[in-house]
Design a protein around this ligand. Structure first.
Ligand code: SF4
Length: 147
Protein backbone atom coordinates (compact mmCIF):
# COMPACT_ATOMS: atom_id res chain seq x y z
CA UNK A 1 0.00 0.00 0.00
CA UNK A 2 3.00 2.31 0.27
CA UNK A 3 2.47 3.40 -3.34
CA UNK A 4 -0.77 5.03 -2.18
CA UNK A 5 0.76 6.62 0.90
CA UNK A 6 2.01 10.17 0.90
CA UNK A 7 4.84 9.00 3.13
CA UNK A 8 6.05 5.43 3.45
CA UNK A 9 5.85 3.73 6.86
CA UNK A 10 9.64 4.15 7.24
CA UNK A 11 9.32 7.89 6.59
CA UNK A 12 6.38 8.14 8.98
CA UNK A 13 8.44 6.62 11.78
CA UNK A 14 11.30 9.04 11.03
CA UNK A 15 8.87 11.95 11.07
CA UNK A 16 7.39 10.84 14.39
CA UNK A 17 10.87 10.64 15.87
CA UNK A 18 11.49 14.18 14.62
CA UNK A 19 8.36 15.38 16.43
CA UNK A 20 6.34 15.94 13.27
CA UNK A 21 3.17 14.46 14.72
CA UNK A 22 0.82 16.93 13.07
CA UNK A 23 2.28 16.34 9.59
CA UNK A 24 2.17 12.57 10.08
CA UNK A 25 -1.48 12.53 11.10
CA UNK A 26 -2.46 15.03 8.41
CA UNK A 27 -0.80 12.94 5.69
CA UNK A 28 -3.56 10.33 5.88
CA UNK A 29 -1.03 7.59 5.08
CA UNK A 30 -2.15 5.58 8.09
CA UNK A 31 -5.54 4.96 6.49
CA UNK A 32 -3.91 3.04 3.64
CA UNK A 33 -2.39 0.49 6.00
CA UNK A 34 -4.16 -2.78 5.28
CA UNK A 35 -2.88 -4.38 8.52
CA UNK A 36 -1.17 -7.11 6.51
CA UNK A 37 1.75 -7.35 8.99
CA UNK A 38 4.33 -7.69 6.18
CA UNK A 39 6.39 -4.84 7.61
CA UNK A 40 6.15 -6.18 11.16
CA UNK A 41 7.41 -9.57 10.02
CA UNK A 42 10.27 -8.16 7.93
CA UNK A 43 11.52 -5.27 10.04
CA UNK A 44 15.24 -5.94 10.82
CA UNK A 45 14.90 -3.86 13.99
CA UNK A 46 11.88 -5.77 15.23
CA UNK A 47 9.59 -2.76 15.10
CA UNK A 48 5.95 -3.66 14.81
CA UNK A 49 5.08 -1.05 12.20
CA UNK A 50 1.55 -2.43 11.92
CA UNK A 51 0.92 -1.48 15.54
CA UNK A 52 2.46 1.92 14.89
CA UNK A 53 0.02 2.42 12.02
CA UNK A 54 -2.82 1.31 14.27
CA UNK A 55 -1.73 3.83 16.90
CA UNK A 56 -1.66 6.56 14.26
CA UNK A 57 -5.20 5.65 13.24
CA UNK A 58 -6.36 5.85 16.85
CA UNK A 59 -4.59 9.19 17.34
CA UNK A 60 -6.30 10.55 14.23
CA UNK A 61 -9.67 9.28 15.44
CA UNK A 62 -9.21 11.22 18.66
CA UNK A 63 -8.97 14.42 16.66
CA UNK A 64 -12.14 16.03 15.51
CA UNK A 65 -12.68 17.35 12.04
CA UNK A 66 -10.86 14.60 10.20
CA UNK A 67 -13.01 13.15 7.43
CA UNK A 68 -11.44 9.70 7.51
CA UNK A 69 -11.94 9.62 11.28
CA UNK A 70 -15.57 10.64 10.81
CA UNK A 71 -16.00 7.85 8.27
CA UNK A 72 -14.47 5.27 10.66
CA UNK A 73 -16.66 6.42 13.54
CA UNK A 74 -19.77 6.36 11.38
CA UNK A 75 -18.88 2.93 9.98
CA UNK A 76 -18.46 1.63 13.54
CA UNK A 77 -21.75 3.05 14.71
CA UNK A 78 -23.65 1.68 11.70
CA UNK A 79 -22.24 -1.85 11.96
CA UNK A 80 -22.81 -1.92 15.74
CA UNK A 81 -26.35 -0.64 15.38
CA UNK A 82 -27.50 -2.63 12.34
CA UNK A 83 -25.33 -5.72 12.67
CA UNK A 84 -24.16 -5.15 9.10
CA UNK A 85 -23.22 -2.34 6.78
CA UNK A 86 -26.29 -0.25 5.96
CA UNK A 87 -25.20 2.00 3.10
CA UNK A 88 -27.93 4.62 3.39
CA UNK A 89 -27.32 5.10 7.12
CA UNK A 90 -23.56 5.15 6.58
CA UNK A 91 -23.56 7.80 3.87
CA UNK A 92 -26.37 9.84 5.43
CA UNK A 93 -24.73 10.04 8.83
CA UNK A 94 -21.28 10.57 7.35
CA UNK A 95 -22.51 13.54 5.33
CA UNK A 96 -24.33 15.02 8.31
CA UNK A 97 -21.09 14.77 10.28
CA UNK A 98 -18.84 16.21 7.58
CA UNK A 99 -20.66 18.21 4.92
CA UNK A 100 -24.48 17.93 4.68
CA UNK A 101 -24.49 19.87 1.41
CA UNK A 102 -22.43 17.12 -0.23
CA UNK A 103 -25.61 15.02 -0.25
CA UNK A 104 -26.88 17.11 -3.17
CA UNK A 105 -23.83 16.18 -5.22
CA UNK A 106 -24.26 12.47 -4.47
CA UNK A 107 -28.02 12.41 -4.97
CA UNK A 108 -27.96 11.54 -8.72
CA UNK A 109 -25.57 8.66 -8.02
CA UNK A 110 -27.82 7.46 -5.18
CA UNK A 111 -30.86 7.54 -7.45
CA UNK A 112 -28.97 5.52 -10.09
CA UNK A 113 -28.01 2.91 -7.50
CA UNK A 114 -31.57 2.76 -6.22
CA UNK A 115 -33.03 2.30 -9.72
CA UNK A 116 -30.63 -0.57 -10.36
CA UNK A 117 -31.63 -2.22 -7.10
CA UNK A 118 -28.23 -1.63 -5.51
CA UNK A 119 -29.48 0.57 -2.70
CA UNK A 120 -32.10 -0.86 -0.37
CA UNK A 121 -33.55 2.16 1.41
CA UNK A 122 -36.20 0.05 3.17
CA UNK A 123 -33.72 -2.28 4.85
CA UNK A 124 -33.32 -0.08 7.92
CA UNK A 125 -34.05 -2.55 10.70
CA UNK A 126 -31.20 -3.96 12.77
CA UNK A 127 -30.32 -7.59 12.01
CA UNK A 128 -30.18 -10.35 14.58
CA UNK A 129 -26.39 -10.19 14.25
CA UNK A 130 -26.39 -6.66 15.74
CA UNK A 131 -25.89 -7.99 19.26
CA UNK A 132 -22.96 -10.22 18.22
CA UNK A 133 -21.34 -7.40 16.24
CA UNK A 134 -21.73 -5.04 19.20
CA UNK A 135 -20.05 -7.68 21.41
CA UNK A 136 -17.13 -7.87 18.96
CA UNK A 137 -16.75 -4.09 19.04
CA UNK A 138 -16.81 -4.07 22.86
CA UNK A 139 -14.18 -6.81 22.99
CA UNK A 140 -11.96 -4.96 20.50
CA UNK A 141 -12.23 -1.83 22.61
CA UNK A 142 -11.25 -3.80 25.71
CA UNK A 143 -8.22 -5.22 23.91
CA UNK A 144 -7.25 -1.76 22.66
CA UNK A 145 -7.38 -0.50 26.23
CA UNK A 146 -5.23 -3.40 27.40
CA UNK A 147 -2.47 -2.82 24.79
S1 SF4 B 1 0.88 -3.59 7.85
FE1 SF4 B 1 2.76 -2.61 7.19
S2 SF4 B 1 3.21 -3.49 5.14
FE2 SF4 B 1 1.04 -3.92 5.62
S3 SF4 B 1 -0.09 -2.21 4.69
FE3 SF4 B 1 0.32 -1.65 6.85
S4 SF4 B 1 2.22 -0.48 6.79
FE4 SF4 B 1 2.06 -1.56 4.82
Amino acid sequence: MSARMRYTPRRLVEMMRAGMEREVLASGAQWYCATCYSCAVRCPRGINVTNVMGALKRMTLQRSGDRAAAFYRTFGWVTRTFGRLQEVALMGLYMVRTNPFAAFGYAPFGVKLFLRGRLNVLDVFPKRSAREVATLWRKAKELEGAS
